[in-house]
Write a protein that binds this ligand. Structure first.
Ligand code: KG4
Ligand code: ZN
Length: 348
């Protein structure tokens, strides 16, 4: 990339393609922010019967749907391929067999049209969902201001990232064991709630008392890392003890108390890091940022402006890939046609 280009953001229409896990997605974004279309074909029903994502099934589903999803995204944006300036695609991290489907679709398009190819990190995509707004909104909401602190909470990642300017990341901390979303999914299974666990726990928690059980909060003082496996084990032990005593398992109270513990740790740590690194704003992204308790907690404070994507952009989508791809394109990134996928790819 060309650092000389910093701050020069030309008008451009970018097609984003995302197939890192179990959503087949395509989107068209204008000038890095204005969303003309976003199509997400979820495989949730297919994987629900396995209680989680089945990698081989996921890649075959992507093959079946990718071209119609791209076609829909172009149709809904009222444009054709010749109106595009670049194609951005998720290069990793994710399931190898899923990533290659999106990558090959992107390569087919850029080869046929002579367009630039831009590979994007999926985690970076979640961060850039904060820049996206729907075209129907008319005027754009305020753009995130650097330096920013990003809390990235998804099924595979839990990270605190300091962002001093576009595409410059310093990872302050990450989970040492389960990701926050993974903890939601695993605890949902323990409580007999359906996949995916995050929305199921949220629903059950809405009827429960968050103070019913005082579950442990791993504060890990002196580091910006997280740990959720102790909390998960505490829920499991509580359920087993109740079952051994032939008592009813209060699912709603357990879900609410677990959710409160996760939100508490994420909130306390993020606020502390924001103060210490003197950031201007906070940004939250990833599937768990759809959680109502988490959103209300962050939006309820007045120390920092907090950017949280609308619900449709919290979980995996291609608008976020197009947004990150736009800034990479604007700063001169052009990837070769032999670009490989990276199933493991830390952001910084
Ligand atoms: O970002 P995402 O769609 O995929 C990954 O990149 O991992 O995140 C999926 C994760 C799942 O673990 C899911 O249970 C969690 O996000 N999730 C939620 C909620 N909606 C999705 N967790 C808590 N509350 C929610 N409402
Ligand atoms: Zn994701």
């Amino acid at each position: 990339m060309n650092p000389e280009k910093k701050g020069v953001f030309p008008p451009a229409r970018v097609l984003g393609i995302e197939t890192s896990c179990d959503e087949t997605a395509a989107a068209v974004l204008e000038n890095g922010r204005c969303l003309l279309s976003s199509v997400v074909a979820s495989q949730m029903d297919v994987h629900a019967r396995y209680g989680g994502v089945f990698p081989e099934v996921a890649s075959r589903q992507h093959i079946r749907t990718i071209y119609s999803v791209i076609e829909q995204a172009l149709l809904q944006a009222h444009i054709s391929l010749s109106d595009l300036d670049a194609v951005a695609v998720t290069r990793g991290p994710g399931l190898a067999g899923s990533l290659v489907v999106g990558m090959n679709a992107a390569k087919g398009l850029v080869l046929g049209r002579g367009l630039p190819l831009v590979g994007v990190n999926h985690i970076e995509g979640h961060i850039y969902s904060a820049w996206v707004y729907p075209a129907e909104a008319g005027s754009p909401p305020p753009e995130p201001v650097f330096p920013l602190l990003a809390l990235l909470v998804s099924g595979g990642h839990t990270e605190l990232i300091l962002i001093r300017e576009h595409l410059q990341y310093e990872r302050l901390g990450a989970t040492l064991d389960d990701a926050a979303g993974e903890a939601f999914d695993k605890v949902a299974r323990i409580l007999g709630l359906p996949y995916p666990g995050g929305p199921s726990i949220q629903k059950a928690a809405s009827e429960g008392n968050p103070r019913a059980f005082n579950f442990p909060r791993a504060r890990l003082e002196g580091s910006w890392d997280f740990s959720f496996s102790g909390l998960k084990t505490a829920v499991l032990r509580t359920v087993r003890a109740l079952q051994d005593e032939h008592q009813a398992v209060p699912v709603a109270d357990l879900a609410a108390s677990f959710q409160a513990a996760v939100v508490d740790v994420l909130y306390q740590k993020t606020m502390k890091a924001a103060d210490q690194y003197r950031v201007k704003e906070i940004l939250i992204g990833g599937g768990v940022s759809a959680n109502r308790a988490l959103r209300e907690t962050f939006l309820g404070q007045e120390s920092y402006r907090v950017h949280i994507p609308p619900l449709s952009l919290c979980t995996d989508n291609a608008a976020m890939i197009a947004a990150a791809g736009y800034y990479r394109y604007a700063l001169g990134q052009r990837d070769p046609l032999d670009l490989d996928v990276l199933p493991t790819w830390p952001l910084s």
